[in-house]
Design a protein around this ligand. Structure first.
Ligand code: GUN
Length: 323
């Protein structure tokens, strides 16, 4: 067995596949590495903007309500990436006692600020007061909505107007990772697990307009293993630790795991570890390509947010020079 695997590895120059005893080992699709490449390209683009527009820098604001630990972690990685690229990023944290009107007032002021090219409201809102999340995400100007969560951007995406909108960061990152595999999406059976506004629904649209035949599964889907088994491309964003079992997966499929779940692990000093929505060890024996957690979709979400912010700043500059 070892001989068989290692000889094939040498030939393929990557992790081997050995059909004889059914031990397939997926090629790991690294989001960390792809995100690094994207960020390096963005550094150069921002340097060019600074040179040609006398010190101009793209501006990003992350608006947070409350103080959730997970949100704080995500925000700090966004701020760190922005600093590395040369994006001027600002974090505004409103206390959980803030009322909805105050949140809206903040958004409307930031919509008018010419130094802000990207504006995101970190979700979920951690508020003691009643909040209409859709009203809040729709208050962000579509021109600055670098999360792609407003009705205008989501509507354009659903109609296939991909060039005229901001694409939501996680699905956009998933598409980049699928592209990395070299597997073409057109004509494939794609299955998306989860129908959230931030991952599942826009992922469906992106796969559809890249010409896949797409099925979306959710909490009421009957016979999930059967649906999963049909997928050449499987994207999972359900928020349920290790939901998808390896033996459900079609041999050789591309499997993209958007899950970030904390589970107990007494062997670690922290007492917990992070796992995806896919059972990695068993999926690794069936998939052709598999994203790890951590180090898969997570870093790509951040990189795509940075990319959207740079695009928004470029559009702003184009409008300035036209007028
Ligand atoms: N919370 C978890 N992921 C995201 C994201 O991509 N954008 C926003 N705004 N909130 C999130």
């Amino acid at each position: 067995m070892f001989l068989c695997l290692s000889r094939l590895s040498l030939r393929l120059g990557r992790v081997s596949r050995c059909h004889g005893d059914r031990r397939l080992i997926a090629t790991v699709v690294s989001g960390t590495k792809t995100a690094r490449d994207v960020k390096q390209r963005l550094v150069l683009q921002v340097e060019q903007m600074q040179t040609h527009f006398s010190g101009f820098r793209p501006g990003l604001v992350v608006l947070q309500v409350g103080d959730r630990d997970d949100s704080n972690l995500y925000i700090s990685s966004k701020l760190k990436a922005a600093a590395e690229i040369g994006i001027n990023a600002k974090h505004i944290r409103l206390p959980s006692t803030t009322c909805q009107d105050e949140v809206l007032r903040n958004i409307l002021a930031l919509n008018e600020d010419p130094e802000v090219h990207g504006l995101i409201v970190q979700l979920p809102l951690d508020s003691d007061k009643p909040m209409d999340q859709d009203l809040i995400t729709n208050a962000v100007s579509p021109l600055k909505d670098v999360d792609g969560l407003s009705c205008v951007n989501a509507g354009r995406l659903s109609r296939g107007e991909l060039r005229d909108c901001f694409l939501p960061c996680t699905p956009q990152g998933c598409m980049e990772l699928i592209r990395q595999t070299g597997v073409s999406v057109a004509g494939k059976q794609a299955v998306v697990i989860g129908r959230s506004k931030i991952v599942g629904a826009p992922m469906h649209d992106l796969l559809l307009w890249n010409h896949a035949t797409v099925t979306v599964c959710h909490s009421r889907t009957k016979d999930l293993p059967d649906q999963v088994s049909r997928a050449h491309i499987l994207v999972v964003g359900m928020g349920r630790a290790e939901l998808i079992q390896g033996d459900w997966i079609k041999e050789g499929a591309v499997v993209i795991d958007c899950g970030i779940n904390y589970v107990t692990d007494e062997s670690r000093p922290s007492g917990r570890k992070v796992v995806g929505d896919v059972h990695y060890a068993s999926a690794n024996q069936r998939a052709g390509f598999l994203t790890p957690v951590p180090g898969g979709v997570g870093p790509m979400t951040v990189a795509m947010l940075m990319q959207n912010t740079v695009i928004s700043a470029q559009r702003f500059l184009q409008n300035q020079t036209r007028t």
